[in-house]
Design a protein around this ligand. Structure first.
Ligand code: FAD
Length: 372
């Protein structure tokens, strides 16, 4: 933990996956006069509550590209940062029981495969080979991608933060940003924090579900709301295979995967009781396992359930990355790289301009169909 500096070239608001990835990528570009201001502790927001999953199966081509770029970094994470992250890749398995989704998924598979993603449509019988305990009544088809997987989200935050700090980035925890000050011409001149002011001309808002509040400090409207999502843990695995795909019953949103010796599962319902019907329909063996703990965190949801990433028209040098709607952890590596490139004025590796917040006012919403 660093003391608050009096000035910094860049202030990053938020120490989750996105803020620390941005810090790491700035440092990698040689921009090290950077401070990450985290209100509580690193990873204490949505990132620390997430399932740590990454998949290449998306409907929006830009999201497939973001995941490919991010996964490439996560697969080399220990080599890059020295931090192990327990990445396993047993694949994501989507189960489809609604004919209307099948066409959307087939179109998406074509997009994914054109980009080199090894996703494919599989029959219900093949899905049962992957997870013999599934009940597949009503399942029309399924899709599977063996490169998809999950890891320890906290470890990713620690790895990025430590690698950035080793290059000179300062990390201030218990340091909420309470104001963003502007001067002549409306330019950013500094931020106020609970630990005192920091002079800067560049602010990155990486405040997750709290980004609307932080945006307002700069007079920028970021249409993001926090939606609570729960996960529940069992101490044992009910005999499910060792290599268990992260399995998603798409129409209900019920999903499960392995977590240590047990399982973790969740869905759209707030209470575990609300999930019982979906569990009974798809994975009855889970009803026999005790739930020993549960936690919840926020999805930071945007109006079209797609990311909001870019630089504000005014004030300039106010950059933002939020609204990931359940995918922010996995998109953090490539989004962090993008934010660093924006700050440095470099041509973007991935053109994320379609995710600019201005799309909402312009009526150019860009809906992602693969939202769990
Ligand atoms: C149950 C659950 C499961 C999920 N599973 C997945 C998954 O498998 N894969 C995936 O990709 N995503 C998943 N997500 C979504 C993912 O967690 C988020 O999209 C991602 O963590 C967002 O990262 P972030 O860094 O933008 O936000 P956060 O991790 O929320 O970080 C923002 C930080 O900003 C800080 N902050 C806020 N206001 C201020 C302020 N004024 N000053 C200073 N600091 C401030 C907060 O304390 C917080 O630490 C899941 C989410 C939940 C809840």
């Amino acid at each position: 933990m660093s003391p608050r500096p009096e000035s910094a070239a860049v202030v990053i608001v938020g120490g989750g996956a996105v803020g620390t990835a941005a810090a790491y990528h700035l440092a990698r570009l040689g921009i090290t006069d950077v401070v990450v201001c985290e209100r509580e502790t690193l990873g204490s927001g949505s990132t620390g509550k997430s399932a740590g999953g990454i998949r290449l199966q998306f409907g929006d081509e830009l999201n497939v590209r973001l995941s490919l770029r991010s996964l490439a970094e996560l697969e080399r994470f220990e080599e890059l940062t020295g931090q192990p992250i327990d990445l396993v890749q047993p694949g994501y398995l989507f189960l489809l029981d609604d004919e209307r989704d099948v066409g959307v998924f087939r179109q998406a598979l074509a997009v994914q495969q054109a980009l080199g993603v090894p996703s494919r449509e599989i029959t219900p019988a093949e899905a049962r080979e992957l997870v013999p305990q599934l009940t597949l009544d009503g399942i029309v088809t399924a899709t599977y991608c063996p490169r998809d997987g999950y890891m320890t989200a906290d470890a990713v935050v620690r790895g990025y933060a430590a690698a950035a700090a080793a290059r000179g980035v300062r990390i201030c925890q218990s340091c909420p940003v309470t104001a963003i000050r502007t001067g002549a011409g409306g330019r950013i001149v500094g931020v106020d924090t609970a630990q005192g002011p920091i002079a800067t001309d560049t602010v990155i808002c990486a405040a997750g579900a709290w980004s609307a509040e932080v945006g307002r400090l700069a007079g920028v409207e970021l249409p993001v709301v926090g939606l609570p999502r729960w996960m529940h843990f069992t101490p044992s695995d009910g005999g499910l295979p060792a290599r268990l795909p992260l399995t998603i019953d798409f129409s209900s949103g019920f999903y499960f995967h392995r977590e240590g010796a047990g399982l973790v599962f969740g869905g759209r319902e707030q209470e575990v009781e609300g999930l019982a019907e979906h569990v009974a329909r798809r994975l009855p063996v889970l009803l026999e396992l005790p739930v020993t703990s549960s936690w919840w965190g926020y999805y930071e949801v945007s109006p079209d359930e797609n990311a909001i990433v870019g630089e504000a028209a005014a004030p300039g040098r106010f950059l933002y990355a939020t609204g990931f709607s359940g995918h922010g952890f996995q998109q953090a590596p490539a989004v962090g790289e993008h934010l660093a490139e924006l700050v440095a004025g470099l041509p973007p590796t991935l053109d994320l301009s379609p995710f600019d917040v201005a799309r909402f006012a312009a009526g150019h919403e860009r809906r992602e169909a693969f939202v769990v």
